[in-house]
Design a binder for this molecule. Structure first.
Ligand code: ADP
Ligand code: ZN
Length: 730
């Protein structure tokens, strides 16, 4: 048993965020320190952040051990967090130091709280009133005794900051110092809340009851887009708040969270804490500290919010649980959905996985009785699921270099006449995926990656979607030097916009693609404007498939429903099924029924047929049977090994050596495939080789992998990444 407190001079083992991968002994400082305390310790000439993990090992000359420099003024790390980090590290084969980095991603954690100026209503009257001054005072009166920063107040009143400053001089507004890390406003579980349909009310009660058990449990909340899943899980959040526990809601496309935050505010009377890359450093620090003190009741965040130091976490909601962005694809390779379940199990918390199109993993866990399932069957209110049809491109008359079929064109014309919106979906950014020389057949590729350059006409450049490198569009072929023969092949959203504008010159056409915005805020504002009716035809990438409401949208046309079915990804069918259903779900959200038209060259393909029929259960059952037979996830286990180096020979040699010396894997009955050049064999100048390991579901895969990989030394430029449960195979 480790002590809970260490007196000055006693030895403590400290985990630091430095890549040294062992615990270091230090002496407890003057005044002692608690187990779990965040501390600053000397490491060579530097001071680094660490956590008092346990008693020191004492296997080193006591006299030479240095003391902890200081204990940071933040809540110590709780035992359950230590357990979570340890088990997550074991599962993902990640060093503990990297896990600690994930858990401390807020700047200036130990610093004394800095102060800032805030403004609230004063008592004096200004010498004279102006319309601008009146507005400022009205805002302050409306919000009772609350205080605001200068920027907030000026923005809310719609005036310049000098107006506020003027009022301060007069004593009509008071300027005060206040610590930056202010607690969040209290959320009121019973503030708002809609009258729920019978379906929704029953679902909410199931979730509330689960929370009241005070135990771990996972519920898959399934319902078509617009069925009110969000309304239902907000009721679970409410129950969690009533119980005095903290709630975390994870969203995949956090840049679009504005709409969600507004809904939370309407439901609970106050905004939640936010944690994602769009949040300022000051706000991050505030969020981290307040979560640790239990002074943030609800956090809305991206996947890394799982690593916040919750004091009493009662509920984790993973919205759009099937979304691939929950898998972190660089640094620590973890799947936030799976880690949410792990964290909840350790904390005795509930998990809600919400989706219209659940992952096969979650579907299988329901079948196996590990998760409970809640289904919301119909859309809320009058909206119904759109009618889905295929457009057989083999019989449509489409000119060369064009992609809109006459059938789809007629559908759009009809919507234009009715004043309704249409969405044209194509999951390809840019103008054209390939730029080809018509004289010699040369395709322009990236200099650093094994990938073609994509033309982006708005920016007037070619871009590599792997590394982001751009170059100007050449007029002369870099290969045969013939002039004026470079031409685009295939469609991207920008090229679709050209075609659609030519077809419907009167219509307002917009392109929605993530690369067209300078900031998440600009993108959000634009989407909002479009949803309000600021366009007749929207051309979009998968950005539009997620979460946003377009109330007046009644037709979705999918340019190439076959796109995702190509390729060797084991989840190709699942992904296509999910994406198509989600995109279709954008149509007919309000009073008007919607239609979805899928252009396809293979209408008889089982996946396309399943999408059209909307027969989910049989799709999942068939998909599950196939995966079971192949022994692949979720019925078997996989790990990807990605080796890379600037030297192609070196990386292949290591791969071959690894495949040969596979003893530790064979011991557990696992198989190694490869080495093979990765589908994208060169990224940023590094050659990439993949191996794939397959094992039984019950096999101790991580242990065997660690033993196996431990046999090889990575010299020089070589890098190895192990990806447990890989989602992407690029
Ligand atoms: P989902 O999360 O399943 O896509 P939402 O919870 O976003 O569904 O609901 C879709 C729309 O219907 C939202 O605009 C929501 O406010 C509205 N809605 C859902 N349930 C109700 C209800 N009981 N009363 C009023 N509006 C509702
Ligand atoms: Zn590149």
């Amino acid at each position: 048993m480790t002590a809970e407190f260490f007196h000055e001079g006693e030895l403590v083992a400290v985990l630091t965020a430095q890549p040294i991968d062992r615990f270091l002994d230090y002496k407890a400082p003057v005044g002692g320190c608690h187990l779990g305390a965040f501390v600053e310790v000397p490491l060579g000439p530097r001071k680094v952040l660490g956590v008092v993990w346990r008693e020191g090992a004492g296997d080193y000359d006591y006299a030479k051990i240095r003391p902890v420099i200081r204990v940071l003024d933040v809540a110590p790390m709780r035992d359950e967090m230590k357990e979570f980090l340890t088990r997550a590290a074991d599962y993902t084969l990640t060093p503990m130091s990297a896990m600690l980095r994930l858990a401390t991603r807020a700047p200036g954690l130990g610093d004394a709280p800095s102060m800032r100026k805030v403004y609230r209503l004063g008592t004096a009257d200004p010498d004279r009133m102006t319309p601008a001054r009146t507005k400022v005072l009205e805002v302050l009166r409306d919000y009772g005794g609350l205080s605001f920063t200068l920027g907030e107040l000026a923005e809310m009143a719609g005036v310049g900051t000098s107006v506020v400053k003027g009022l301060v001089k007069q004593g009509a507004v008071l300027e005060e110092d206040s610590p930056r890390d202010m607690p969040y406003g209290a959320l009121d579980a019973d503030y708002g809340g809609k009258a729920l349909s019978a379906d929704q009310a029953a679902g909410a009660e199931v979730l509330r009851a689960a929370l009241r058990t005070d135990k771990y449990g996972t519920t898959l909340l399934k319902g078509v887009t617009g069925s009110g899943k969000t309304e239902v899980y907000l009721e679970a959040v409410a129950e969690c708040l009533r119980m005095g526990r903290q709630a975390l809601v994870l969203l995949p496309e956090i840049a679009l969270s504005g709409e969600f935050i507004t809904r939370v505010e309407a439901r609970f009377g106050m905004k939640p804490a936010e944690w994602h890359s769009g949040v300022t450093m000051t706000e991050r620090r505030r969020c981290w500290r307040m979560v640790g003190e239990g002074a943030a009741q609800m956090v809305v965040g991206a996947r890394s919010a799982l690593f916040l130091p919750f004091q009493n976490l009662g509920l984790i909601v993973v919205d759009e649980e099937h979304d691939t962005s929950y898998k972190q694809e660089d640094g620590v390779l973890y799947n936030a959905r799976d880690m949410a379940v792990l964290r909840a199990a350790i904390n005795g918390a509930q998990v809600v996985l919400a989706s219209a199109t659940p992952s096969l993993e979650s579907w299988a866990n329901v079948e196996a009785g590990k998760y409970q399932r809640l289904v919301l069957n119909s859309r809320f209110g009058p909206a119904v699921m759109p009618e889905m049809t295929a457009i057989d491109m083999r019989v449509e008359d489409v000119p060369n270099g064009k992609w809109v079929s006459p059938t789809l064109r007629d559908g759009i014309t009809d919507r234009l006449e009715k004043g309704q919106q249409s969405l044209i979906f194509l999951n390809r950014r840019g103008y054209a995926p390939i730029t080809l020389c018509r004289a010699c057949g040369h395709q322009i590729g990236c200099d650093h990656c094994d990938a073609r350059m994509v033309e982006h006409r708005f920016q007037n450049r070619l871009m590599c979607h792997q590394c982001g490198e751009t170059k100007p569009m050449p007029t002369v072929c870099p290969h045969c030097e013939v002039e004026g023969k470079m031409s685009p092949v295939g469609p991207g959203v920008e090229r679709m916009a050209e075609e659609v504008t030519a077809l419907f010159p009167e219509a307002r056409v917009v392109v929605l693609s993530s690369d067209l915005y300078g900031s998440a805020r600009a993108m959000k504002a634009h989407i909002e404007e479009i949803a309000q009716g600021g366009a007749d035809i929207i051309i979009g990438t998968q950005l539009v498939a997620k979460g946003h409401n377009f109330p007046n949208l009644t037709l979705v046309g999918v340019i190439d429903a076959d796109l995702g079915l190509q390729g060797s990804d084991l989840r190709a069918a699942e992904r296509t099924f999910q994406l198509m259903r989600q995109v279709a779900g954008r149509a007919g959200r309000a009073e008007v029924a919607g239609a979805a038209m899928l252009q396809t060259f293979q209408p008889e393909h089982p996946v396309i047929r399943a999408i059209l029929a909307g027969d989910e259960e049989s799709f999942w059952a068939a998909e599950a049977a196939e995966r079971k037979a192949a022994g692949v996830p979720p019925y078997g286990r996989m790990a990807g090994i990605i080796l890379s180096s600037t030297n192609a020979q070196e990386v292949f040699d290591l791969g071959t050596d690894m495949a040969r010396r596979d003893g530790p894997l064979r011991k557990i009955g696992a198989q190694v495939f490869g080495p093979a050049p990765a589908p994208i064999a060169r990224v940023r100048g590094r050659h990439r080789v993949r191996l794939l390991v397959k094992a039984d579901k019950a096999a101790p895969l991580q242990q065997a992998l660690a033993e196996w990989a431990g046999q090889f030394r990575l010299k020089g430029e070589l890098r190895m990444a192990i990806d447990i449960d890989p989602q992407s195979f690029y």
